[in-house]
Design a protein around this ligand. Sequence first.
Ligand code: ARG
Ligand code: GLU
Length: 688
Amino acid sequence: MKRILIAIFVLLTVIPAKADEGMWLPVLINQRIKDMRAKGFKLKAEDVYSVNKACLKDAVVLFGSGCTGELVSDKGLLFTNHHCGYGQIQKHSSVEHDYLKDGFWAMNLKEELPNRGLTVSFLEYMEDVTEKVLAGYETWMSEKQRDSLIRVNSRALVSNATKAGNGLRANVEALFYGNQYFLFVFRTFRDIRLVGAPPSSIGKFGGDTDNWMWPRHTGDFAIFRIYADKDNNPADYSEDNVPYKPKKFFKISRKGVKEGDFTFVYGCPGSTKQYITSDEVEYIGNISDPQKIELRTKRLDIMKKYMAKSPVVRIQYSSKAASVSNAWKKWQGEAKGLKRMATVAKKKAYQQRFRQWAKGTRYEGLLEKLEKLYAERKPYFIAYEYYTETIRAVEILNFASDLRNNLKNPKVRSNIAEVFFKDYYQQIDEEVFVAMIQAFADNIPEDFQPQYFKDQLKAYGSVEAWQKDLFSKTIFTDKERVLALEPKDKELVEADPAIRLADAFGEWLAESLRPHLNNLNNQIRLAYRDYMQGQMDFEPNKQFYPDANLTLRIAYGKVQGYSPADGVYYTPVSTLKGIIEKDNPDIFDYNIPQTLRDIYAAGGYENQPVCFLATNHTTGGNSGSPIINADGNLVGINFDRVWEGTMSDLVYDPEVCRNISLDIRYLLFNIEHIGKASYLFDEMVFAD
Ligand code: ARG
Ligand code: GLU
């Protein structure tokens, strides 16, 4: 028996990271390049990441605060996803100029539209600063002292790295739960203009129906341009700014892809948790995901009901509904995937082996400690998640607090109000209020509920009565009155029922929840620092990659279909033919522009490629990432994953985890035939 165990143990420890799994740090490219080249990549390590010469990393940006983009010309032209530029496209839209609906195409530089608040950041370099961050650390120090030392050292590193100014910003990030520290130095540009976007019937084709699914036919791209001052430095928007000249931009390949081709995604994945214990997986898959799915189903049903009735409401709530439904669908795939893969049971078995091994080491008792912490945190965390999905889902409560917090600043105040009322439909919010408050009252144990909440509910007798009274008394539904508010109205504002409710929850959060949650989360974080190191010591031959944290990463794999269910195989490439198959003027998500029908009917574009699947390990934040072929040229833009594989944030399954990319040739097709903006081709470089 013992020998079999040892044999299994040896087998387990020498298995490398599974095929195509991994979000690798570009600075450590040397550890991956051999494998990448063995799989077909033709470039060298320094072509991918280098601080001494221009390389592919210089053509990749963090777009906004949660997407990726890539440079495609020496005039700062940038591609990202339609859903990443959605907010900007929407802000420029009105019923008269509905760029969401009709698309937008600048025909020259003058027509490009500026976007207040939008930034893109280039990574200048990244550096392992573990030793510098921990300089001065002594083993006798408490965790508090260690944390403050880290803070002081990090601040010095950041200020040193950014002292040249010029749009430089930096941060020190803990990797592997604080076993390593990396400095990331960026240059941020802030004059970014909209150049082109297809109509939503192309850029969002399939809508929430096809989201996270294959076969997919979404033309999910938007085109922007980075502007700089005359010295090519970051600058606030100004008419005098000129197109930015990047160190590097991607050449575009028109060769296309086929099953088996090498692919490489260079981008900024947001967040993953590969190294958590069975308890956390169980919480996510069996409690958190199901409860959030249920709450969002209620909210979406309410929004959809009113959106179907009115085109104005449809525009107002399109972006809000898309973001509510996006995670809602992802969680469904995640919970199912975790079950299918029996991740809880597998983690438990792994932990069993870890425990055996850990006996007599400094890791002994660690898993027991984590188990206890998770059990303690559970009721607080459930209440917290419930709060974020219910109380925070009521628009009027968020708006009221935002406005109150900015009462002294007339400009900010009126901005907030304008933005809010442009997209507010009170009836939706009233119904959401009833549904969400009811859910909170029914599902959160009374001793966890804020006293004010309980008192109000009791006094009104029903959530409906409370809703009617609150919405009739609050001033925050009345635009005129809100715009007329002044700092001297402080008392009136503080007495408003929306503010009272929002504040009651604010206090509850700060006093009854946060202290416990922060304390427990902190203890969990520290235990993970050891557990992470423990896992690395336990499996010394395994190649570990740090969890995603919106820093630049490399994921490589190949174009490949998958089997979503018994008896079904999905091939990896979709074409215009499939768009025509789905086309239906009566279904909002599948109603394509007439031009596209006409082009197809005229013949010759049946095989026009639209999207493709590959095995690259990606997550939220990788939207808009360049997908690169063996020659280092741009073949597509990543925009999604298949929902059956969304548990890859916790556990990757090479059989079903697939990223979905737009085929770059469909983007070119759109520029030419839909936007009639072929002038943009002049500044692009085509590799083949
Ligand atoms: N699922 C993709 C992502 O996570 C696309 C989301 C936008 N599209 C949508 N139909 N909601 O960002
Ligand atoms: N659409 C996602 C994003 O915004 C990418 C899909 C995913 O989660 O992989 O980044």
